[in-house]
Design a protein. Structure first.
Length: 618
């Protein structure tokens, strides 16, 4: 057993709540721009005083519509300004926010609404309202549904359905709240303290039904303040960021709270198809993203360069960036490397930084592992990606790399005030004020997750260096045990394989089989580029070319790179290219972009069987 604790940096008062910062900051600097609401191609500034007033007006409306302290209010929407107003208004009314991914199916929505006991739900638009209407009869506790984006043709409230869409949800609530005085809100806030329940965030559910993680005001305040204290170079007086991750995810939620706590500036990009344009418009100073975003930016730039005949230049620039970053950990670059780096900074790196807004030089990555090579690439171009690690149960990051303390291939050291322990079986255990208080309506699961010493059993396998840097090597439940008895953690190999710009997803299989194999999907744009360059018919689909020898050879290169890091017993012996990519809409990915392995195994059972010819044991 190994253990490492970082000294505490912040302390949360017992009477503190999440709305305190809104009132405090608006009183100190009412005209400071806190948020920027997207309206078409424009970003409308919202001052701290305006945000406070919107929070109060919306909170009074919730009280007028029967919301009392402890009630659960759901939000089913993409990330947008109204989401943040609603979140803080729910807390100002003493209630509990239940976020739901806008990509959720009716069955998933029904489960969350019923399990959390949601009585009031706010949805983004008519399409989502229709999705809720389809399961409304099965959720009798749900008495009120409001729509953020009103239908232009709507002129009345559908009382029979309990759904209001004649005006936007915030306008409806503000009108209803006019009859509620400030004293009622003050009384509602007085029922709350640091250990009151603030939100129930449902896990993505890669296996069974998603579990509702009950998170307190203290946990959210601690993680937000702790992160800001840990990264002073990222969070300064003039810091700003663009939020494009879903606020239904704990990672984005932590960022939202951190921005409000520190009075930084936050803009919203609800549609990721507009991300590059929004980055160029808002020019954030830092970013928060999942590895998939950084992978796509890199892959897109590489694919474009190769398509325009500049592939050799880009590849040389990429290798130089990696070499430059690696040299920083071993005494620094030599003269020749410095000169090459300077040349490529003008030719390539500057354009990549510009694609990320131009001003940002730092980002925090979480939600999934970032390949060490990609981390070196970004640091080499002058854009540091700090990888961290956390779960919904830890209210986002429990560990993180930080400027001046970066170790590629690790998820950094514990946040101040957090303890990480490696159990005898290799499982990562975490303790600290950032932990959730338990699973909603699931005492058995709670007891399994939280032990008598207050440690969370994460289910992840890890290694801890003497100075506290943590490596995640896999999931206990995802370990593949071959017929020969070899234990294989799939994640490290999968991440190396997917570092290829051509490959989107790789899922290893082989539990109880003679050897390890892989299901592989390709990036649609990268595949089309390869098809055109390889001279294949423009009408040929991925399904048509899945067995193409030249295409398979390209995938084999990525597999060989991964195999070079492990023994033969752990290596990938075969792979099959699937006819289409995994998607959230298709169900293969969770909203946080994790692969639902059990579903993929069931859906592609024939493909798995094809990897193991009868009688073959090599």
């Amino acid at each position: 057993m190994r253990e490492y604790t970082s000294a505490p940096a912040v302390s949360i008062a017992d009477d503190a709540t999440l709305t305190d910062a809104v009132l405090r900051n608006a009183g100190r600097d009412p005209d400071h721009v806190l948020l920027r609401r997207k309206d078409g191609d424009r970003f409308i500034p919202i001052t701290q005083a305006q945000f406070r007033d919107a929070m109060h007006a919306t909170a009074r409306g919730l009280v007028a519509r029967g919301v009392t302290p402890g009630d659960r209010v759901g939000i089913l929407s993409r990330s947008r300004y109204e989401w943040t107003v609603l979140d803080y208004a729910i807390w100002a009314a003493g209630a509990v926010t239940v976020p739901i991914y806008e990509t959720s199916s009716p069955d998933q929505i029904e489960w969350i609404l019923a399990d959390a006991g949601v009585e009031v739900l706010v949805v983004e638009d008519a399409e989502l309202a229709g999705r809720v209407a389809s399961i409304r009869a099965d959720v009798p506790a749900l008495r009120d549904v409001l729509v953020i984006e009103a239908e232009p043709s709507a002129t009345s409230t559908d009382d029979s359905a309990g759904s209001s869409s004649a005006a936007g949800a915030l306008a409806i609530l503000a009108e209803a709240g006019a009859a509620v005085d400030e004293g009622q809100l003050t009384a509602a806030r007085a029922t709350q303290n640091a250990d009151s329940l603030a939100t129930i965030i449902y896990t993505s559910g890669t296996t069974a039904r998603p579990k509702g993680c009950e998170i307190t005001h203290r946990a959210l305040l601690f993680i937000a303040d702790d992160t800001v204290a840990m990264l002073p170079s990222m969070f300064t007086q003039h810091s700003s960021t663009l939020l494009f991750l879903p606020l239904a995810h704990v990672f984005a939620r932590m960022l939202q709270v951190g921005v409000v706590q520190g009075a930084f500036e936050l803009s919203y990009s609800p549609d990721t198809r507009d991300l590059l344009a929004d980055l160029a418009h808002t020019r954030p100073t830092f970013l928060l993203a999942v590895p998939r975003v950084f992978e796509k930016v890199h892959a897109g730039a590489r694919t474009k360069a190769h398509g325009e005949g500049r592939g050799r230049i880009f590849d040389a620039a990429e290798q130089t960036a990696v070499d430059y970053s690696e040299s920083l950990d071993h005494g620094g670059p030599g003269l020749g490397l410095k000169l090459r780096h300077r040349v490529f900074d003008k030719l390539v790196y500057g354009k990549l930084r510009a694609a990320l807004g131009g001003r940002a030089r730092i980002a925090v990555s979480g939600g999934a592992p970032l390949s060490p090579r990609l981390g070196h690439f970004y640091r080499g171009i002058g854009f540091i990606v700090l990888e961290g690690y956390g779960l919904t149960e830890t209210t986002a990051p429990a560990t993180a790399n930080r400027p001046g303390a970066i170790r590629m291939g690790t998820v950094g050291q514990p946040l101040p005030g957090v303890t990480v322990r490696i159990a005898d079986d290799g499982e990562v255990l975490i303790r600290g004020p950032l932990l959730f208080r338990g699973y909603r309506n699931n005492e058995t699961a709670t007891k399994e997750a939280l032990d008598s010493e207050g440690f969370l059993h994460t289910g992840d396998l890890g290694e801890l260096d003497d100075d506290g840097f943590l490596r995640i090597v896999g999931r206990k439940k995802e370990l593949l045990v071959t017929a020969g008895g070899k234990n294989v953690a799939p994640a490290p190999l999968e991440h190396i394989i997917t570092s290829s710009p051509l490959i989107s997803q790789a899922m290893l299989v082989g539990d109880g089989r003679p050897y390890i194999a892989a299901l592989v999907t390709l990036e649609p744009d990268a595949f089309e580029r390869w098809r055109d360059q390889a001279g294949r018919p423009a009408t040929a689909s991925l399904a048509d070319l899945a067995d193409d020898p030249q295409l398979c050879a390209e995938v084999q290169k990525a597999v060989d790179t991964a195999n070079a890091t492990v023994s033969r017993a752990e290596s990938v012996r075969r792979f099959v290219i699937l006819p289409e990519d995994f998607t959230v809409e298709g169900g293969e990915l969770t909203p946080s972009l994790k692969v639902r392995r059990s579903l993929v195994l069931k859906r592609y059972a024939d493909a798995v069987e094809s990897l193991y010819p009868t009688g073959e044991h090599r």
